[in-house]
Design a binder for this molecule. Structure first.
Ligand SMILES: Nc1ncnc2c1ncn2[C@@H]1O[C@H](COP(=O)(O)OP(=O)(O)OP(=O)(O)O)[C@@H](O)[C@H]1O
Ligand SMILES: O=P(O)(O)OC[C@H]1O[C@H](OP(=O)(O)OP(=O)(O)O)[C@H](O)[C@@H]1O
Ligand SMILES: [Mg+2]
Length: 325
């Protein structure tokens, strides 16, 4: 039997529950044969797939080394953990959860420090006055170095923080921090403020592919099946299906509906009897239904879609292009 296809999924933390739900909605049922404490799992109906349950940061390094084919992890961890990330992995798709910004935050009391340029100014004075460099507490060492470098800031020192980073300035172990924030509550509670141009990265959970995994023809076929499920679900989420029938329905009307409401006609224009099926963005449903009735429709029905399978799969196309590079 050939080597298994490895899908790495967060085993804990904020991403775990969301990731499980994401695969379930795509029709991929992950299961752990040995119960909740088992760190290996399978996908119903897909032989030769091994689900590896790992921490989000471990997933980034496993993908980098080619020990997993596909995985779910945060872009922040990908960019922090993997040097030359764009050569080793590809961010196939943002998954719409696990949002967090990686930010530079300073004490609110520093009223004159609003921007990275202001920070650059004070780092130099700080060094002269205190005979030491300003300390930045963070676990995002690599992201911090490259962001500070891009702003020409060199008079600082990184203090590696394992957790509770926001507490470092008050505790006196650093002057400022780089950390992730979602609601901003932890920063505010610790008397810190994000610099105006201090958002280093807007991160979310991503489906990530590894360049150096064992991409046998069989592994590629497995990826195609997985990505086909995911793309079909993603496309279904973007639209509702709208059906109607009225004689005045014609190509011109359809063109107008397309440009005004962003609707697609996946099965072509109205039939000879005026039967029409449309895919409409959820936010435009009422406007579309009103438009159709104004033009003669008696009834317009709307249903949610579970899957929309297209011949083209943009996610798999992206994977193939990345592996060919
Ligand atoms: N408010 C948040 N706090 C922490 N992580 C968040 C938050 N919102 C989203 N995330 C994302 O979750 C991921 C981190 O998850 P988690 O803390 O479980 O991983 P980890 O760093 O591997 O675990 P650990 O910190 O226990 O070693 C990151 O990609 C991060 O951006
Ligand atoms: O902007 P907010 O919504 O307040 O969220 C951001 C905070 O949440 C996370 O910490 P978490 O409580 O997960 O602990 P951790 O530091 O161990 O990851 C993160 O490290 C920040 O401290
Ligand atoms: Mg954490």
């Amino acid at each position: 039997m050939s080597a298994p296809f490895v899908l790495a999924v967060p085993s804990k933390g904020r991403l775990q529950e969301n990731a499980e739900g994401f695969f379930a909605r795509a029709g991929l049922k992950l299961s752990k044969a040995g119960g909740a404490r088992d760190y290996r799992g399978t996908i119903a109906g897909l032989d030769n797939v091994e689900v590896a349950y790992l921490s989000a940061s471990e997933i980034a390094s496993q993908l980098s080394r080619g020990f997993a084919h596909l995985g779910v992890t945060g872009e922040d961890l990908v960019r922090e953990t993997i040097a030359d990330a764009d050569k080793r992995v590809s961010l196939i798709d943002g998954l719409g959860f696990g949002y967090a910004d990686v930010v530079v935050a300073v004490p609110q009391a520093w009223i004159d420090v609003r921007t990275m340029a202001d920070l650059d100014d004070v780092t130099t004075g700080f060094r002269e006055q205190h005979h030491m460099r300003m300390r930045v507490a963070t676990k995002f060492v690599n992201l911090t170095r490259s962001f500070f470098q891009s702003h020409g800031i060199t008079d600082y020192r990184i203090v590696e923080s394992a957790g509770a980073t926001e507490g470092a300035p008050a505790a006196g172990s650093a002057e400022l921090i780089v950390d992730i924030t979602t609601t901003g509550a932890t920063l505010a509670a610790n008397g810190l403020r994000v610099l105006d141009d201090g958002v280093m990265l807007r991160s979310q959970a991503n489906l990530v592919a590894s360049k150096h995994a064992d991409w046998s023809p069989q592994a590629l076929e497995t990826a195609r099946v997985i990505l086909d499920h995911i793309a079909a679900r993603a496309r279904a989420n973007k639209y509702r299906e709208v059906r109607t029938r009225f004689r005045q329905c014609d190509a011109a009307l359809l063109g107008e509906a397309h440009s005004r409401f962003g609707v697609e006609a996946p099965f072509g224009g109205p039939t000879s009897s005026g039967m029409l099926t449309l895919h409409c963005p959820p936010g435009q449903l009422y406007a579309l239904a009103s438009f159709l009735r104004e033009h003669g429709a008696e009834t317009v029905s709307v249903v949610s879609l579970d899957y929309v399978f297209d011949r083209e799969n943009p996610l798999f196309a992206k994977l193939e292009a990345f592996l060919r590079r």
